[in-house]
Design a protein around this ligand. Structure first.
Ligand SMILES: [Zn+2]
Length: 289
């Protein structure tokens, strides 16, 4: 069975939750499962290299009926071999590779050439989109709240503040209407000029973060994903209109369409001691309007 020679076209960056695609390939997995590759899909997969936003939930419908999609991962194809999820040895977008969305199902898979409908669970998608938008805004607000903590020049974020978020982030997890971001404050961050005493009073940092978030939510602002192409590996950018101007952040996830969809975003900060430094954990909650 031949493998796809082009990236999967993805429609979830535009907010799509339904798609009709053609089966291009089916790979048998263990335990009666299969990975189904389509030419086009609305289903957001989890990207193992940076698994911040989990996969959508939903179903696949063929002439034989409707079955749940049990998981959805990204895959890469090279030299006639399909590598799924964590087995993918290269980063998304690497030259010479084809990148695909693999829908995992159990039971008899559809045939190659068959047309299938994908339906994404709307409520979960909307909640993850809210959580993801809140995650980006909280990161920007945290960068701003810690701007005075740096003693040396470092890379700047989309708002021009020292990029604490991208320099210190260890792990980011988006859930329904919330996100959890874990930052490491260790030797390498201190060497870059970050002064850890700025986090001696995390509650006051959180207050500054929340004041900024509240200002942004009150102002409202359009949010969209810009992209160069429909291909899975095409560069995508989160674009948000803030009162100070339009900002851009590279992002492969899904988002709400306007900050006015949220009534509030609230972040809380906790510090944990680890070997050689601290972890800062930011829990962000997005309240829908
Ligand atoms: Zn993102």
């Amino acid at each position: 069975m031949p493998l796809p020679t082009n990236d999967t076209f993805v429609t979830y960056p535009d907010g799509a939750i339904v798609s009709i695609g053609t089966v291009l390939h089916v790979k048998s997995l263990t335990a009666g499962r299969s990975a189904v590759l389509l030419d086009i899909t609305a289903f957001h997969p989890v990207e193992m290299a940076w698994p911040d936003q989990p996969a959508d939930r939903g179903t696949m419908t063929t002439t034989a009926g409707t079955q749940p999609i049990l998981g959805c991962v990204t895959g890469g194809i090279r030299d006639g071999e399909l590598h799924l999820g964590t087995d993918m040895p290269v980063r998304m977008g690497t030259d010479g590779w084809v990148f695909v969305v693999a829908h995992l199902i159990e039971g008899p898979p559809p045939a190659v050439g068959e047309s299938v409908q994908i339906d994404v669970e709307d409520d979960l998608r909307a909640a993850l989109s809210a959580g993801h938008t809140a995650c980006h805004l909280a990161a920007l607000a945290l960068d701003a709240a810690l701007a005075a903590a740096w003693t040396k020049p470092v890379v700047k974020d989309a708002l021009g503040n020292p990029a604490f978020d991208s320099l210190a982030i260890q792990h980011s997890r988006i859930d329904a209407h919330r996100s959890t971001d874990t930052y490491r404050i260790g030797k390498s961050l201190r060497k870059k000029g970050f002064s850890p005493t700025s986090l001696d009073d995390p509650a006051s940092v959180a207050e500054r973060v929340n004041a900024q978030l509240s200002q942004w939510i009150q102002a409202g602002g359009a949010v969209r994903i810009d992209r160069e192409a429909a291909a899975l590996s095409a560069r995508r950018t989160w674009v948000c209109e803030l009162p100070t101007g339009r900002i851009n952040i590279p992002c492969g996830g899904t988002h709400i369409q306007d900050l006015a969809e949220l009534s509030a975003i609230n972040a809380s900060l906790t510090i944990a001691e680890i070997d050689g430094g601290h972890l800062l954990i930011m829990e962000t909650v997005a309240a829908p309007n």
